[in-house]
Design a protein around this ligand. Structure first.
Ligand SMILES: Cc1ncc(COP(=O)(O)O)c(C=O)c1O
Length: 444
């Protein structure tokens, strides 16, 4: 009879074969092959790990999850990590845990970026805290340290929670001198500022592993922290609000499961069923963690490729004089971003609009995205939100009108980068010509 290990190897080999057939490399045909903004880059290793987790038959939070958490902790040199089901859940858990740890009250203020991802802001609102909005600065797309510090002082804010936009870091370490910083590192795994990795600079950081991100688990997220107490609160909130900290499937880690005493519960009530917080179920599963284990091995290559692609797009557009038409992205001072995308803002009074350029790129099979929600305060969900902002948020408004980004993820090749540059340059030249022709016609 075959052993389970032999069976697993056979299945992995078989699936590997079918994966190869499914994934056959296709030639890039400009204008026909889609150039996506993002996507997962995987090979047999992810399938191997996934089959291992399937055959383990555990399927919830278990050994693969612990292994993935351990490897992320090692990678980021952070002592605590809790895998969960999405980056948005990680944000919610991080803010809730920080609120309890620091003793923030409902209505306390948290500084955030006006031009961010909605679930960074939502985590503040859902925890009954009040956001203080700060505008972002060109060409970085994050707020400057001085703008953030001004907002902290002006509104006696308790903390800062914002994202490193498209991988470009805000200076979390400098701001930590004033208040605790929570980093939404969902788009920035691998970025550095002052030689230090983002996601390690504040009291707590979050990751997303949705397929658009630097590494994927399908769906998934993580909360990382240096503080054991924050980690304990995160895990409790993630796992239904329970008081017990036994890993899934384990009992009596504390050695006194039936000997605890809680004032309103019967003496010796099973600790496994004691709830000390109003929690959620946001656990990740071993199936998702297994994919993450394989992905993490490739992270350094992924980051390097993202940087190469970003450099190639930047170099190509700059060489063609496109700086006259677009704000080209620059790393925040002293930073080394692990770019999430290549962002372009059309300067004022140009002969074309963001939407027209987007349409053209999409016709030419180049994927584009807006910079998330632009000025979030203008989104229907936040109409009537009673929250302060510093200044008029003009840059976030401009981003809503005039900004788009294209891909630089590791699935993009040099050929694709050059095609994107050529398409943008040609479009701008044609738009320029059309406008000058119209001007002549008007003059005649
Ligand atoms: C900055 C940022 N934070 C949070 C999230 C939410 O992550 P998830 O999609 O895993 O919920 C995203 C999603 O793309 C994001 O870009």
């Amino acid at each position: 009879m075959e052993s389970i290990d032999e069976l697993r190897s056979e299945m992995q080999a078989l699936v590997g074969k079918s994966y190869k057939m499914f994934r056959e490399e296709k030639e890039f045909i400009p204008g026909e092959t889609l150039v996506p903004v993002s996507g997962k880059v995987v090979d047999n290793e992810e399938i191997h790990q996934l089959i291992g987790a399937v055959m383990d038959m555990w399927w919830t939070d278990g050994t693969y999850t612990s292994r993935f958490e351990a490897r992320m902790k090692r990678h980021l040199k952070m002592p605590h990590a809790a895998f969960c089901n999405s980056g948005s859940s990680a944000n919610l858990l991080a803010v809730a845990a920080a609120k309890e740890y620091f003793g923030w009250k409902n209505g306390d203020k948290i500084v955030t970026s006006a031009c961010g991802f909605p679930t960074t802001l939502n985590a503040i609102l859902q925890n009954n805290l009040i956001p203080v909005f700060v505008d972002v600065e060109f060409p970085y797309y994050v707020p400057t340290t001085s703008a953030i510090v001004q907002a902290i002082h002006e509104y006696s804010a308790k903390a800062v929670f914002m994202a490193h936009t498209l991988g470009n870091p805000f200076d979390a370490r400098a701001i930590s001198q004033y208040v605790p910083v929570l980093e939404d590192n969902c788009d920035a795994l691998g970025s550095k500022i002052d030689g230090r990795m983002t996601g390690t600079l504040g009291v707590v950081a979050t990751q997303s592993f949705y397929p658009a991100h630097h590494i994927t688990t399908g769906e998934g997220g993580m909360v990382l922290t240096r503080h054991p107490k924050i980690n304990k609160i995160v895990r409790s909130l993630r796992d239904w609000g329970r008081d017990c900290w036994c890993p899934t499937g384990k009992d009596n880690t504390c050695g006194k499961r039936f000997d605890w005493d809680f004032p309103c519960l019967p003496q010796g009530f099973d600790h496994k069923y004691v709830y000390s917080r109003i929690g959620y179920n946001m656990k990740g599963t071993d199936l998702h963690a297994a994919i993450g284990i394989a992905q993490l091995k490739k992270l350094e290559l992924f980051v390097a490729r993202r940087k190469e692609n970003h450099d190639r797009l930047y170099g190509g557009l700059k060489a063609e004089g496109m700086e006259e038409y677009f704000v080209l992205p620059e790393p925040y001072p002293k930073s080394d971003p692990s770019w999430f995308g290549f962002v372009l803002t059309i300067r004022d009074k140009m002969p074309f609009t963001r939407n027209a350029l987007t349409r053209e790129l999409n016709i030419r099979k180049i994927g584009t995205r807006n910079l998330f929600g632009g000025n979030l305060l203008k989104q229907p969900a936040y109409a009537g939100l009673n929250a302060p902002s510093v200044g008029h948020l003009e840059n976030s408004d401009k981003i809503a009108r005039d900004t788009l980004w294209v891909g630089c993820y590791p699935g993009i090749t040099d050929e694709m980068c050059d095609y994107m540059v050529d398409t943008i340059v040609n479009y701008v030249k044609v738009a320029e010509k059309l406008v000058s022709t119209n001007v002549e016609i008007m003059w005649e």
